[in-house]
Write a new protein. Structure first.
Length: 55
């Protein structure tokens, strides 16, 4: 027999959400912000060619 415990719920006024779902949403937001802020990896040769530099 599987015992199911009651979920931990975060309530803020009329808004309520399970703690697990809230943590997943927060992690997704952090990953999205990091994707916007971190530089995209690129090839150094392409960068030099765009600047007109010689290797």
């Amino acid at each position: 027999m599987v015992q199911v415990s009651t979920p931990h719920v975060v309530q803020w006024g009329w808004f309520s959400i399970e703690l697990t779902n809230l943590l997943i949403i927060l992690v997704m937001i952090v990953v999205f912000v990091l994707a916007l802020l971190l530089p995209f990896p690129h090839n150094a040769e392409v960068t030099r060619e765009r600047r007109g530099e010689q290797p």
